[in-house]
Ligand binder design. Structure first.
Ligand code: BES
Ligand code: MN
Ligand code: ZN
Length: 493
């Protein structure tokens, strides 16, 4: 999708998307169009019950008096209440209406009243919303009907604040590239994205200035990462530890570490999952995808910050050589783990990834993202990711970034009582904590591998994929990329 910005001039043909503000009526371009169509726009607004409210839209086909084939009105809500996420949603829903119909469109940022955002910012956010809403994953369909094929390739956004719009849009274009990468990685099936294939996709990011390095199984053996390696033991695919460094900040500054769970397929292993819905477990690398998408976006927008992404990549399969319930493994930290359930594998991968990260990369803080527990879906549904932290400042920053970016988080507790629940009879700990508080005991497990570094764990099992909506047009959401980008941009650059 090509997004460009231009000065205002009513187009003479094709598709026009026009913004309308609540209580302010039509802007200058809307008034001009209404006059040229002898009042058809206002009549259509009344007929559709559209008054520019947030979330409203209306479509007018082939209005007489002008050559336009389609006018889509999108409501921005009251001038004082315009938000980035509201703008994104409205642009995305307009794109949803025209994607399979029109080759190009003009979107006029037509403000009757100044909003609390800069006009260029409004234009840029609408452009970002167009990109979020235009995402499709059709790679594996060979028979898409002509009428269902996306045709829209170009959206021109008209605004008076041309320079500001272009300046504000450039980093959002980079962010959208990161979101697309994360969505693609989640949507691809396990036979396409297995550990080495994930690595190959990410190696391409070195062209944007990312330093990409990989540890093989042999190297992880030498480092004694038996917790991670045990998970991949039953798979024919080799496990990998992927490290991606973006050094855009001061040389002396310790990096921020982002750590991702990358289980490219989670069958459950010997503790095999039930068949129904098991195909969703191709997305069990949603944390890894979020980390890759974020570092890609940071590199593409040349962020002034040092960030390192560490991704543990394994496939969890049942096999004659697979790990068994009852097995005891020694993690890189030296702590031993009794495997109660081979389906609680994400924490085993992260245990070694977190320990490696704090020991070898010496970050100032760590954020891990993982599709870790079904229990987080029970607690928070698909609206918030679960946040766990040993650091109130980081927790607050991420909560704020969640509200700003639209990728919300909700903090849940940690504590000694929960920690006790994972003590084991035979080893230093066990990998499950029983039926109650499943997301919390999983987080307690991870905390034992942080070495008390400031740390946040995000359980994204409920948010990494989900139902279709304008901003999330297909399964994989790319959750985490916008959140982490916002958190880094507003606190560390
Ligand atoms: N990948 C799953 C968690 C998951 C469930 C992600 C549903 C997305 C949607 C994880 O590896 C898992 O299987 N967790 C178990 C842990 C249990 C065995 C303690 C779970 O949540 O049931
Ligand atoms: Mn599992
Ligand atoms: Zn899993």
């Amino acid at each position: 999708m090509n997004i460009s910005f231009a000065k205002k001039a009513l187009p003479k043909s094709g598709t026009l998307i026009l913004t309308v503000q609540d209580k302010s009526g039509l802007g200058p371009a809307g008034k001009e169009l209404d006059k040229a169509t002898k009042g058809a726009i206002k009549r259509a607004m009344v007929a559709a019950g559209f008054n520019g409210g947030p979330g409203q839209s209306a479509e007018i086909l082939a209005p007489s008096g002008v050559g336009l084939s389609r006018v889509v009105l999108i409501g921005l809500g009251a001038a004082g209440k315009v938000t980035n996420t509201g703008l994104e949603r409205q642009a995305a829903s307009a794109v949803g209406k025209i994607l399979t119909r029109d080759k190009s469109a003009v979107l006029i940022v037509d403000l009757a009243r100044k909003t609390k955002l800069d006009d260029g910012q409004v234009a840029a956010r609408l452009g970002f919303g167009v990109l979020l809403g235009a995402y499709r994953f059709h790679q594996h369909k060979t028979k898409v009907k002509e009428a269902a094929k996306p045709k829209l390739t170009k959206v021109t956004i008209q605004t008076d604040a041309l320079a500001s719009a272009r300046k504000n849009f450039a980093p959002l274009q980079a962010l959208s590239d990161g979101v697309y990468l994360a969505r693609d990685l989640v949507n691809e099936p396990g036979n396409v994205i297995y550990p080495k294939a994930f690595v190959s996709k990410c190696r391409k990011l070195s062209q944007d200035g990312l330093k990409v390095s990989v540890l093989s199984e042999k190297q992880m053996h030498e480092l004694k990462m038996h917790s991670l390696l045990g998970v991949g033991q039953g798979s024919a695919k080799e496990s990998q530890l992927l490290i991606m460094q973006w050094n855009g900040g001061k040389k002396s500054e310790a990096p921020i570490a982002l750590v991702g769970k990358g289980v490219t397929f989670d069958s459950g292993g010997i503790s095999l999952k039930p068949g129904g819905g098991m195909e969703d477990m191709k997305g069990d690398m949603g944390g890894a995808a979020a980390v890759a998408g974020t570092v890609a976006a940071l590199a593409k927008r040349k962020a002034k910050v040092n960030v390192v992404g560490v991704i543990g990549l394994v496939e969890n399969m049942p096999d004659a050589d697979a790990q068994r319930p009852g097995d005891i493994v020694k993690s890189m930290s030296g702590q031993t783990i009794e495997i109660i359930n081979t389906d609680a594998e994400g924490r085993l991968v992260l245990a070694d990834a977190l320990w490696y990260t704090q020991l070898k990369l010496k970050p100032k803080c760590m954020v891990d993202l993982a599709t870790l527990t079904g229990a987080i879906l029970v607690s928070l549904g698909q609206e918030h990711a679960g946040l766990f932290s040993n650091n109130d400042k980081m927790a607050k920053e991420l909560k704020a970034a969640g509200e700003e970016s639209g990728e919300s988080v909700w903090r849940l507790p940690l504590g000694v009582g929960y920690d006790k629940m994972i003590d084991s009879q035979f080893a230093d700990m066990k990998n499950t904590g029983g039926r109650y508080g499943g997301s919390i005991t999983a987080a307690q497990f991870l905390q034992r591998f942080t070495n008390d570094l400031p740390w946040v764990h995000l359980d994204i099992a409920g948010t990494a994929w989900g139902p279709k909506s304008p901003v999330y047009p297909g399964w994989g959401t790319g959750y985490g990329v916008r959140l982490l980008n916002e958190w880094i941009a507003s606190n560390y650059e």
